[in-house]
Design a protein around this ligand. Sequence first.
Ligand SMILES: [Zn+2]
Ligand SMILES: [Zn+2]
Length: 340
Amino acid sequence: MADGTMRAWSVVRPGPVEEGSLRLVEKPVPVPAHDELLVRVRACGVCRTDLHVAEGDLPVHRMGVTPGHEVVGVVAGAGAAVRGFAVGDRVGVAWLRRTDGSCTYCARGAENLCPRSEYTGWYADGGYAEYTTVPAAFAHRLPDGVPDVALAPLLCAGIIGHRALRRAGLPPGGRLGLYGFGGSAHLCAQVALAEGATVHVMTRGAAARRLALELGAASAQDAYARPPEPLDSAILFAPAGELVPVALRALDRGGVLAVAGIHLTDTPPLHYETELFYEKELRSVASSTREDGREFLTLAARYGVRATTHPYPLSRAVAALADLKAGRFDGAAVLVNDLS
Ligand SMILES: [Zn+2]
Ligand SMILES: [Zn+2]
């Protein structure tokens, strides 16, 4: 950064990643606003949302945006109003970047519902770069002793999975069903198991079913198969609306189904008596709050939650996104800064 410039990936023309939608460009090192930190990126997880930003599935909020919202880095500078951080501190940058702090949702602790919220790597440049910025109030402090690459996927996949687990209202020692077993689910399962839950996994992939059993799930079967016992809670991670009635039928009386994804295909009509009656509940999960992040990162450190990771050099971000798109790996890709 001697000359004040850096290299960063930029979404120059949203479209298929194989066709050059992302380009590695030279940009000025960002100048943090009065309440922001400048962060030197060490590692950045690759989330499916990055693919949606690069390919134009999500509307463009900032031309030429730099994706990436699972950033592990170190503080390299700060605006004049920032207190409590020092140069060299390790911090995490997650999806929720800013809220208005003043609406009725923010006032009642539901800042994930803030209509004026902004997101990293979509509204503002994210972590596919040598440097990024984050409002200090939204930076996460990270547990010591865990490598950068292992922490990165916790910052989106982990936090979202954790909010979904809390929204599913699992009672202590309860029976939890997970529909789909990718990045979020395999982290959420580790917390649930550490807290004494019995976990049943319903998913298509044989490798994912194997991983579920290795992590301690009581059973693993096909996505549409019935778990071996009724469930107190279930989480739908697969974006397949046709699984909603399947999961609702698997619930015990009074059970809760939480839908974790931003996107879900249409649900078929629900049968009231078998799928909703006896006080079954269907809930959605929208983004997450800073408190969700703090709670999850604390529990992840306490329980030794580990992501299955696939490191790529940051200079090969397009290859990582293309491999994610093609399903060429299980677990989470993480970009390691080889540019500086
Ligand atoms: Zn994400
Ligand atoms: Zn608000």
